[in-house]
Design a protein around this ligand. Sequence first.
Ligand code: FES
Length: 211
Amino acid sequence: MKFPYSEIVLEHFRHPRNVGRIEDPDGKAMEGSPACGDMVAVYIKVDPKTNCITDIKFESYGCASNIATGSIITELAKGKTLDEAKKITWKEAADALGGLPPIKVHCSVLAVEGLRAAIRNYEERHGLVKEKEPTTVEEVRRRLRRVMNPLTGLDLIRTNLVRDIEVKDGTVRVVVALPAGHQFAPAIREEILEKVETLWDVEQVLVEFTE
Ligand code: FES
């Protein structure tokens, strides 16, 4: 059987560029796909004078399309300014790969969202966010939809693992329906902190477990 992938996709899948992790990155993000439960992590180094991405790496727990898109978008983003890199779309990435089967579109969307989230993380960590809306429970919930529940491969919200979210006076409180001693509790806590604590008006994040 011949897989419906272009030669470029197969080439990037077999020899992905910029794979790995940057120790001490300036911006980073781990994004999960609600469509398939796969994940991608993106790390960037940024020159603060020019706002250019000087180095970028990714790790993928996704499929061949996701790996190929991660490879191509890191190539496209390297050397671009943050504003330019933000505008890279999944369509551009898919076109640069010679097209992707429609059923695999969400895989390239995941890679592009990973890139945008890493840029957003850099901007939040460096006080560069322009739209400063007060943080709401809805915004926290939206971010937690990107945190995977390792027990199921689906996100924390869809799997009802988040019992409660409270936002008050710069403190965000998230209650997770797991025992504190659960093997995945530390990783889930870490990811919630990572997603929420960079919000411009958040001073502390409390992650509580139900037992
Ligand atoms: Fe999950 Fe492609 S099927 S990233």
